[in-house]
Design a protein around this ligand. Sequence first.
Ligand SMILES: C[S@@+](CC[C@H](N)C(=O)[O-])C[C@H]1O[C@@H](n2cnc3c(N)ncnc32)[C@H](O)[C@@H]1O
Length: 229
Amino acid sequence: MRQPPPEQTTEGIRADFDRIALLPAAGGWDHNRHHHPWLLRQVPPGCGEALDAGCGLGGFARLLAGRCRHVVGVDLSPAMIEEARRRSATVPNLELRVADLMTAPLGTERFDCVASIATPHHLPLEPALTRLRDALRPGGVLLVLDLVRPVPASLPLDVAAVPVGLALGLWHNGRIRPPPAEREAWDAHARGDRYLSLPEVRRACDRVLPGARVRRHLLWRYSIVWRRP
Ligand SMILES: C[S@@+](CC[C@H](N)C(=O)[O-])C[C@H]1O[C@@H](n2cnc3c(N)ncnc32)[C@H](O)[C@@H]1O
């Protein structure tokens, strides 16, 4: 009989990402980075303050720092933040902090743009979206990119994504598969991951982000774009 995935705890997630942060290949091209240019195009013009919630090694936060006056990146994993700081030494308008986005004060109506990439699936979606929403100023934009659970209707897109993902991995990283240590760390982490289907994401948005644009993307991702009225 198929076993249910183990429950993820905050401590378990922190430990997984502390381990992943130290992998030699960490921060290379991945399926989230493929969508960075599209996400950046959604950042409001003249963005002042931005937040990257679950910023990992800070790759997207550094891109935001090129568009916004000041960027705060928060992450649960001290090792991620330590490495993100090392990689961001020449980016003076990026502030990086170890924090749990579900409990740390993020500021109320503070940010012009709040982004969260490949992070909400570690959290209960509606409470997480509510926290991110409340940190936005009126007129500010929330950007979420995360993994989506395939459904039968998405099969053609999901199958087409396999050769595309392999080819892009080869192009950007010079190899089709990650090195064994990286694969092993991600596989161990992913055993506890649970992804929502697009209808589940849409239902959560209807409740906490009315009017949000929810889209399916290549490489098993969905996005949410929402402007706070
Ligand atoms: C798959 S990684 C994605 C990192 C980065 N956004 C990127 O796209 O490369 C997920 C990140 O979310 C962080 N994370 C998970 N739960 C969190 C929480 N409650 N508060 C802050 N960060 C969290 C993890 O530590 C990890 O760095």
